[in-house]
Design a protein around this ligand. Structure first.
Ligand SMILES: Nc1ncnc2c1ncn2[C@@H]1O[C@H](COP(=O)(O)OP(=O)(O)OP(=O)(O)O)[C@@H](O)[C@H]1O
Length: 978
């Protein structure tokens, strides 16, 4: 491997290139204009400021352009044993990842990293076969000032150490041996998947962390034994924009501040390195600058790509980025080849040194000899003076080779500050770093735990608050329900009391009702009695009429063929004295009349007897009627008097009880009207009866007079007087007047007699005429009998009515006189009854209503009880859940503490065993995979290197790297796919 001192001496500055991407949609949408002008290959003008860099790539620059100019030589440097660094700096969305990774793996848009990897393995393939290579990769992220091993993400806070042999390194960072391009890509994908990402307003896929992908290549010449090593850092910095523009808040704002802290520390380091007066370079101000300490002003060939937006929309960020690049351009590095000499080389160097030493010893001896001569006063000619030429030459040849570093791997950094280079100090610092990292990790774990606990606490507090609230609500509800329950119980009791009082009232009312019913029963009995009385009255009436009719039948419907014995017996009928005399006289005269035949005589005799009987009976009836009528009149007067008394009493009762009085009055008035009508009828009938009676008496008197006159004027034998009775009907009754003589039907012509001038012809005529008269009389009699029967009926009715009236009168009198108090009591009772009926009805209604309400309230109560029960159950369940949650929380907490303790112990153990990560994943990845140079571009090894197969497997694939990938965006780009 050749050394390139010329480059080493001539090109120690950081190479800075600027790259402008095309404007994006946001810039166009916001009216961004092109703000950059390009001058040549290395300059651009923005807002009148000219920026000159090693190269400026315009909008349409290709990935290969950037790589070929900026990076290809760096890869060569690495393979020559230099350290190298490629930074991508710029605001978010400016194209850093596009430049570093690209959007595809095997196309023209693949970025710098895949091209570097390809070139490394290609160079290895082309290198001489005696050179053996090992390639190790590591991938880390600096996020929130913590170093996270992306290949072992559990190690998220690794310390930075430094020692004289290894220089600055990240302690515990995984290094994976790779032997092919694919293996590198796999590692990159694996690491990228573990990155902490978040989007900002400026770039939806923005990474908020600094990522460092490191490749360490060692090469050993198997023939000479010499070795070289180079390390390449590929750094994709986080966005350099101002915090305000990102719109970040909360966690993002915290991130932005820490990112800015790293970037500003980077700026400070660059300033210190370039201002020419700083004696202290603040590498330790941030993790980023500390790790990249050798890349900035140290042993490294460094390239900085400043990525910019071409739009006026981001012009301030672009200016800031370009200024950063300009400053960085002034940084001077001191790159050196990290080589170790082989034994032969060391031997020859030793021989050279020994010869030098002998030469020098000779020179010293010559000088001593010369000095001795001079001191002894001898003169030494100039030719004899001891010269340094040989010694100088020896000196030069001695000091020319680079002193090998006493280390085997990555070259140790040269300390910029001699103060810090003390080994003790470094050891002390490393210890401090370890402790610091442990503390930070512990703090972080605790913070996480506290955060989780806080979150859980918040959730629990919230839950507790909710539960308390719910509890309070439940308690309120329960209280309310209890109150309601109490109220309902109280109301229920009240209702019970009301019910009891109502029951009592009901009992009283029932008792009153019983009394009333009794009274009603009595009344109904009275009614029954009344009905019975009415029936009795009817019967009596019928009886009376029958009796009366019997009396009249005796003579009115008597058969004409009555035997003489009967007629004779009728002689015994008692007649009134005065009538008996003249009818008796007429009978005697008839007996004495010799002229009248015996048959005629008997007929006339019978007729006379019948007439006498009729008159007698009629007189009796009339007398009885007159008596009765007189009685009736007197009774009527009595009734009227009693009625007056009753009216007075009624008036008195009116004051006491309007209703009873009204009823009574009504009853009495109706009865009065009936009675008055009855009396009027009776009066009228009486009047008629009296007039009829008078007329009858008159007729009888006339008849008697006529009969006596006839008896006196004519002899009994020759002539008979005939009664002639004319009957005329009138509307009021029957009037009987003496109009014609009546002949008996058995009358025969008068027989010759001495005293009475009679002849047989005359007698026959007379007899005939009498017979006719008798027939007429019979008719009149019948009519009279019918009339009499009617009258009798009426009289009987009147009698009965009078009887009733008397009864009523009696009871009323009894009631009115004997028990005014009773009446009052009755009226009071009736009133009470009405009131009680009303009250009872109201109470029954109220009772029903109360029952309904009680039933409803009972239902409500039941419902509420159920609700209370449910609420209590829910409360109980919630309390249980809360207790469970608390228990779970405690358990989790103790588990976390245990895990944390375990992790701490494990870490300590691991560190004690050699500092490797406890969670190292694939042991195979830690196995050294030596690679040998192929010497040719195309060999089985080439395929092996590209395909990742071991040469022994025999599966050599001669095809190029077969990772086809469509053009994808950054987060879904080729390296972030699984
Ligand atoms: N030179 C370019 N040509 C074409 N497209 C580009 C170029 N540079 C960047 N882009 C596109 O711009 C977008 C943003 O680019 P990129 O993600 O690389 O930005 P970034 O600087 O890495 O952002 P962040 O800091 O947020 O990670 C991507 O879609 C990318 O493909």
């Amino acid at each position: 491997m050749s050394h390139t001192p010329s480059r080493e001496s001539s090109n120690n500055s950081i190479k800075v290139v600027a790259r402008f991407r095309p404007p994006n949609t946001t810039e166009i949408e916001f009216g961004g204009e092109p703000a950059v002008q390009f001058i040549g290959n290395d300059s651009c003008v923005i807002e009148s400021s000219i920026f000159t860099f090693d190269r400026v790539f315009s909008l349409n620059s290709k990935q290969t352009d950037v790589f070929d100019y900026s990076i290809r030589s760096t890869v060569d440097d690495i393979l020559h044993g230099y350290n190298g660094t490629v930074f991508a700096y710029g605001q978010t969305g400016s194209g850093k990842s596009y430049s570093m990774m690209g959007t595809e793996i095997d196309g023209p848009r693949r970025g710098i990293i895949p091209r570097i990897v390809e070139q490394i393995f290609a160079s290895i393939l082309q290198s001489p076969a005696e050179i053996e290579y090992t390639v190790r990769v590591s991938y880390m992220e600096i996020y929130m000032e913590r170093i996270k091993d992306l290949l072992q993400p559990i190690n998220d806070n690794l310390p930075i150490h430094e020692d004289k042999t290894k220089g600055v390194y990240v302690k515990g960072l995984s290094e994976i041996y790779v032997s092919s391009v694919d293996e590198v890509y796999d590692v990159m994908r694996q690491g990228t998947a573990s990155r902490s990402v978040a989007s900002t307003n400026m770039n939806q896929e923005s990474s908020r962390s600094h990522s460092i992908f490191a490749l360490a290549i060692t090469q050993k010449n198997m023939e000479t034994g010499s070795s070289k090593s180079g390390q390449l850092f590929l750094v994709d910095l986080a966005g350099s924009e101002k915090v305000g523009k990102t719109g970040a808040t909360g966690q993002l704002l915290e991130e932005a501040k820490k990112i800015n802290k790293s970037l500003s520390a980077l700026g400070n380091v660059i300033n210190a390195l370039t201002d020419g007066k700083s004696t202290h370079i603040p590498y330790r101000d941030s993790k980023l600058t500390r790790i990249l300490q050798e890349s900035l002003g140290g042993n490294s060939r460094t390239t900085l790509i400043v990525n910019c937006s071409p739009s006026s929309y981001n012009v301030q960020e672009t200016l800031s980025t370009l200024k950063f690049g300009t400053r960085a351009k002034n940084i001077k590095n001191r790159p050196k080849i990290n080589a170790e000499l082989s034994a032969s080389e060391l031997k020859s160097q030793l021989q050279k040194a020994q010869s030098q030493i002998s030469l020098m010893a000779e020179y010293v001896a010559a000088l001593e000899r010369e000095t001795q001569s001079w001191r002894s006063g001898e003169h030494v000619s100039e030719e004899m003076w001891a010269t340094k030429s040989s010694a100088d030459a020896a000196k030069k040849s001695y000091s020319a080779p680079t002193t090998p570093r006493p280390r085997s791997q990555i070259s140790p950094p040269a300390r910029p500050n001699s103060d810090d280079s003390s080994e003790d100090f470094l050891q002390w610092e490393n210890e401090l770093q370890d402790r610091l990292t442990d503390r930070e990790t512990a703090i972080r774990a605790l913070e996480r735990m506290i955060k989780e606990s806080n979150a859980e606490n918040v959730a629990l507090t919230q839950r507790e608050a909710e539960l308390i609230e719910a509890n309070e609500k439940f308690e309120d509800d329960i209280l309310k329900l209890k109150q309601d329950l109490g109220k309902l119980q109280y109301e229920s009791k009240e209702a019970q009391i009301t019910m009891d009082s109502l029951k009592e009232l009901n009992a009283e009312t029932t008792a009153d009702l019983d009394i009333t019913r009794k009274q009603l029963y009595e009344l109904s009995l009275q009614n029954q009695e009344k009905t019975e009385r009415a029936e009795r009255r009817d019967r009596r009436k019928k009886e009376k009429i029958r009796k009366m009719a019997n009396g009249f039948e005796f003579f009115s419907y008597r058969d004409a063929s009555v035997a003489d014995d009967d007629l004779d017996s009728s002689k015994d009928l008692s007649l009134s004295d005065n009538k008996k005399d003249w009818i008796g006289e007429a009978l005697a005269a008839l007996d004495n009349d010799q002229d009248i035949k015996s048959g005629q005589k008997s007929s006339l005799k019978m007729y006379l007897l019948e007439s006498r009987e009729f008159i007698y009976r009629a007189e009796q009836v009339l007398d009885a009627r007159i008596e009765e009528i007189e009685d009736q009149i007197s009774r009527r007067e009595d009734i009227e008097a009693k009625l007056k008394t009753l009216e007075e009493l009624t008036k008195q009762f009116v004051d006491d009880d309007a209703v009873s009085a009204a009823r009574l009055e009504e009853y009495i008035t109706s009865k009065q009207i009936i009675l008055e009508n009855m009396l009027l009828d009776a009066k009228r009938d009486l009047g008629m009866s009296i007039s009829d009676n008078r007329r009858l008496r008159k007729i009888i008197a006339n008849e008697e007079r006529r009969l006596s006159a006839t008896d006196r004027s004519s002899s009994v034998s020759s002539n008979s007087e005939f009664l002639a009775i004319s009957v005329s009907s009138s509307s009021t009754g029957v009037s009987i007047t003496p109009s014609t003589s009546i002949q008996t039907p058995s009358a025969t012509p008068a027989s010759p007699s001495s005293s009475v001038p009679s002849s047989p012809t005359k007698s026959a005529a007379k007899f005939h005429s009498m017979k006719q008269q008798l027939e007429d009389f019979e008719m009149v009699k019948r009519s009279l009998m019918r009339d009499l029967q009617n009258r009798c009926e009426r009289v009987v009715e009147l009698e009965i009515q009078l009887d009733e009236m008397q009864d009523i009168n009696k009871s009323m009198t009894k009631n009115s006189t004997a028990s005014k108090g009773q009446l009052k009591r009755m009226a009071f009772l009736e009133r009470n009854l009405d009131q009680l009926t009303q009250v009872q009805r109201a109470l029954v209604d109220q009772n029903a209503q109360l029952k309904r309400e009680v039933a409803m309230n009972e239902r409500k109560l039941r419902l509420r009880n159920e609700k209370v029960l449910a609420l209590e159950q829910s409360l109980h369940a919630t309390q249980e859940r809360l207790a469970n949650e608390t228990e779970t929380f405690d358990r989790k907490m103790s588990q976390l503490i245990e895990r944390y303790d375990d992790a701490k112990m494990f870490r300590r153990q691991a560190e004690g065993l050699g500092g490797s990560s406890p969670t190292s994943g694939n042991a195979n990845q830690r196995i050294v995979k030596p690679l040998r140079g192929g010497g040719l571009g195309s060999s089985p090894l080439t395929a092996y290197l590209r395909g990742g197969n071991t040469p022994e497997s025999g599966r050599l694939d001669s095809s190029p790297i077969a990772l086809s990938s469509p053009s994808v965006s950054k987060r879904s780009s080729w390296f972030s796919r699984n």
